[in-house]
Design a protein around this ligand. Structure first.
Ligand code: NDP
Length: 333
């Protein structure tokens, strides 16, 4: 392979990312060096957490560097190898997304056994977002019999898995997402009450109508008004898994915290944030359960696909306008 294109961070966004924050560049790839493989990426993922990496601040992952290719999950095919661990044709998963191809030490990529699933599923339902749903609902929120579950960002990669895992376990599920198409999708996957938060003038009233006796578990992907409404709707001893707060990722000034946080005291609520990478040890359990749920027709997933590396910034920016139903992906080959 001669030239491979990649997306670099040109400037740091102020507020919502715009096209000018990204630049498309081309690099010449030589033959892989000793111990290296050359990989042609087939798929890459864009994820909301990448917005945080575009800021020059200390976090649980280092910031992207200006003028350098961005990073993120990808699946690809080995096209050349200088290491006995990999051979041409092997499928691999890596963190070298945002580029068409790359050379890397064989130890920096993981061989992928697709287990009968499409390879890109390992960037979504069967990968990091799916595990996030599983861990957040079962381990962090401690889902137990009879819980009524409320999920925000319910039609996205993580949220749609949370809804289906809770349904597979027999729970009443309320999902919130933006727009009629997403609400219809939520109903199609068995969500009991789907709220179109963009059409509702009063989220508190909509949630109270959907859950007249309250909620026990809140899986928070969104923060802000959704978190406030969930606090109002919570029953005593409710558990909140704080997974993300996408409504605030582009805020230039952070809004004040939920004004009703004090309800945590009277209702004796537990709220716990988590990062999926601290829970990789649940991947085996997750894949075992996922295989059974898929076989039983209880879990399915949607993908929204942009084609070509040059569309990767559009796919990423689309996360913040809700252009994706299910997992947002970029097909590279
Ligand atoms: P999604 O597939 O859910 O895509 C993002 C969605 O967020 C959009 O489709 C949009 O849906 C919704 N959204 C965007 N802006 C807003 C807003 N202002 N208010 C409400 N909803 C908004 O992304 P993921 O499933 O990958 O991620 C979901 C959440 O989980 C994110 O907060 C992410 O950061 C977090 N996350 C956390 C992890 C962890 O380890 N803690 C790991 C992975 C993800 P709509 O049209 O419905 O508005």
């Amino acid at each position: 392979m001669a030239a491979a294109r990649e997306i670099r961070l040109k400037s740091r966004p102020n507020g919502r990312p715009v096209a000018d924050n990204f630049e498309l560049a081309s690099v010449e790839l030589g033959a892989p060096g000793a111990g290296e493989a050359q990989v042609k990426n087939l798929w890459m993922t864009v994820d909301p957490y990448m917005r945080g990496r575009m800021n020059d601040v200390k976090s649980y992952v280092p910031p992207f560097q200006l003028g350098k290719a961005m990073e993120g999950g990808a699946v690809g095919e080995v096209v050349a190898s200088n290491d006995p661990a990999l051979k041409p044709g092997d499928l691999v998963q890596s963190n070298f997304g945002w580029r068409e191809a790359f050379n890397a030490p064989a130890s920096a990529v993981q061989k992928l056994d697709p287990q009968g699933l499409p390879a890109q599923a390992f960037l979504g339902a069967a990968g990091m977002p799916g595990l996030t749903a599983y861990v957040g609902l079962l381990r962090v929120a401690g889902l137990k019999d009879g819980d009524v579950v409320f999920v925000s960002g319910a039609a996205g990669a993580v949220g749609s898995m949370v809804c289906q895992i809770a349904k597979a376990k027999g729970h009443t599920v309320i999902g919130s997402a933006g727009g009629a198409q997403k609400v219809a999708f939520l109903r199609s996957i068995g969500v009991d009450h789907a709220i179109d938060y963009k059409a509702e003038r009063d989220l508190n009233a909509a949630l109270a109508a959907a859950a007249p006796d309250g909620i026990d578990v809140y899986f928070d992907n969104v923060g802000g008004e959704h978190l406030e409404a969930a606090l109002n709707a919570a029953r005593p001893f409710g558990r909140f898994a704080l997974c993300g707060a996408i409504s605030m990722y582009n805020a230039t000034e952070l809004p004040p915290g939920p004004p009703n946080l004090v309800q945590m005291v009277g209702k004796q609520l537990r709220m716990e944030g988590f990062i999926v990478s601290s829970h990789w040890n649940m991947m085996g359990d997750f894949h075992r359960d996922l295989a059974a749920w898929v076989k039983a027709g209880k879990v399915t997933w949607k993908e929204t696909v942009f084609e070509g590396i040059e569309r990767a910034p559009d796919a990423f920016m689309g996360l913040f306008t809700g252009e994706n139903l299910g997992k947002m992906l970029v097909k590279l080959a």
